[in-house]
Design a binder for this molecule. Structure first.
Ligand SMILES: [Zn+2]
Length: 479
């Protein structure tokens, strides 16, 4: 039986989706507080320009600098890291310029690169960890509800209307996955001449629906959305794949079983457990948990103080904290929940805090359906922090935690820290940590994500694709 490698936490989005001005605001706040907010493209660019200014007169050498930035290859070059920060930004922009089918092709290419570099042959790509060999690859890209109705904007002529509805993002993602299946099947990827002809898509993609209750009027509106995307409860891998392959760009259908789970995102103001019920806040949130418990649908929640943040730092420090979930889990004891990024928490200008991580460890001990992932930070940083947390709180049970720890990349957001998907994946496979055996890694990237995604139906997570002959022809002739 072929084994499956899961990346349980990644993103596919283009520049249409996030709010770049919010990032600029956030850069201002970080600079006000004197914090080195390296995960912000504006601050990375500033650092790069500042370093450049120390070496050159920017006014006279700007063109030279831009040329270096654009033409000098993938690495930081010979300027002692001067271009490093800016290169990362350009790399991220280059990735986000691709449409979503293109982004999936990039990720497929990168996974092949990892596989072929260790296989020594270029036939079927497989990844190997210990005794395990993975020939099937699953991604679960998480949609983020960037819809932010009524938020005050900036001092420009075109401000005030700043609605980024989840609808357009959903359509783009579903069409992107569908076209990825078609493109790979139809071998239209000749632009990468170094790759062998692709006739079988390497990936299966099971997206998560992003919901922010604040963008819905009442409980009924949320229930309508949930019932549309999960028409008879949790969708199987087969149902999702078939529905995505059939998707024609029209979301106005009564049922559309295209999602594997739900994504919640506190940096945009989502409160996991509102204190009061003004505007049905609590009711609207509760109905999501009720639905997910009833139908055994997994939820991934952003669980760090980084990210595409649109509310103040103080607010994020409350909303994204792991402690917020204690009350939810006390009531909804069967909720299957992944608190992502293992609670990475570093208040501005302060040392890293391990409180959120410790709370997640405690929740894992108390609730059998709670998981966490080390997306963005990577496995090495995760175990470094776990070691520190354990020194502060020796009751942390490492073995229990490892039974709930999922592999995730947070790609493409992690391009602010990494060169490529290849680099992140390769690092996970090759890194040697005393606390992590090959068998542990196998659980993180295969058995545990499978358990998190498909608790009932365990086999068939990698369905065959329908032939797309007519679809591919139509695609090739589209304007
Ligand atoms: Zn993420």
């Amino acid at each position: 039986m072929p084994e499956t490698f899961y990346d349980i936490h990644c993103h596919t989005m283009t520049f249409d989706h996030p709010n770049l001005i919010a990032f600029a605001y956030r850069a201002c706040r970080a600079l006000d507080q004197g914090a080195g907010e390296s995960h912000n493209i504006f601050i990375q660019l500033r650092d790069s320009f500042r370093m450049l200014g120390e070496l050159y007169d920017i006014k006279t050498h700007f063109k030279e600098y831009l040329e270096k930035l654009l033409y000098s290859g993938q690495q930081a070059g010979t300027d002692g890291g001067v271009l490093g920060s800016a290169k990362k930004v350009v790399n991220l922009i280059a990735f986000m310029e691709a449409d979503i089918a293109g982004q999936l092709l990039y990720m497929e290419r990168d996974l092949k690169e990892v596989a072929f570099s260790r296989q020594g042959c270029r036939e079927t790509p497989v990844l190997t960890i210990g005794d395990h060999t993975y020939s099937q690859f699953v991604l679960t890209p998480l949609l983020i509800d960037f819809g932010d109705k009524g938020r005050a904007c900036f001092n420009t002529h075109y401000s005030g209307i700043n609605i980024k509805p989840i609808k357009t993002q959903t359509i783009a993602m579903l069409l992107g996955i569908r076209d990825y299946y078609r493109l790979t099947q139809w071998n239209l990827t000749n632009s990468h001449a170094d790759q062998p002809a692709t006739t079988t898509p390497l990936l299966r993609v099971y997206p998560f629906l992003g919901i922010n209750p604040a963008n819905y009027k009442d409980v009924d509106e949320i229930n309508t959305v949930l019932n549309k995307y999960f028409p008879h409860g949790a969708n199987t891998a087969q149902e999702i794949t078939a529905a995505i392959q059939r998707f024609d760009g029209n979301l106005d259908q009564t049922t559309l079983p295209v999602f594997a789970g739900i994504k919640l995102y506190p940096p945009n103001g989502f409160d996991p457990w509102p204190k009061d019920n003004t505007d049905h806040k609590l009711d609207k949130t509760r109905c999501i948990y009720e639905f997910c418990c009833k139908h055994d649908i997994p939820i991934t929640v952003h669980g760090s103080d980084g990210g595409f943040q649109t509310v103040d730092d103080d607010k994020v420090a409350i909303l994204a904290s792991a402690g917020k979930w204690e009350q939810v889990l006390n009531e909804f004891t069967t909720l299957r929940l992944n608190i992502a990024h293992f609670g990475h928490h570093q208040p501005a200008g302060q040392a890293e805090s391990y409180d959120w991580m410790t709370t997640i460890c405690k929740l894992i001990g108390e609730h059998p359906h709670v998981y966490t992932d080390f997306s963005f930070r990577g496995i090495e940083d995760c175990f470094r922090a776990l070691h520190c947390a354990q020194q502060q709180d020796p009751s942390i049970n490492l073995d229990a935690v490892k039974k709930k720890l999922l592999y995730g990349s947070d790609f493409m957001i992690n391009l602010l820290q990494q060169q490529s998907y290849t680099e992140y994946t390769d690092n996970f496979i090759t890194c040697q940590l005393p606390a992590v055996s090959a068998e542990d890694k196998h659980h993180m990237c295969s058995t545990l994500p499978e358990q998190f995604l498909w608790p009932v139906v365990k086999d068939g997570a990698f369905p065959a694709l329908q032939s797309e002959e007519t679809g591919a022809q139509a695609l090739a002739t589209q304007p």
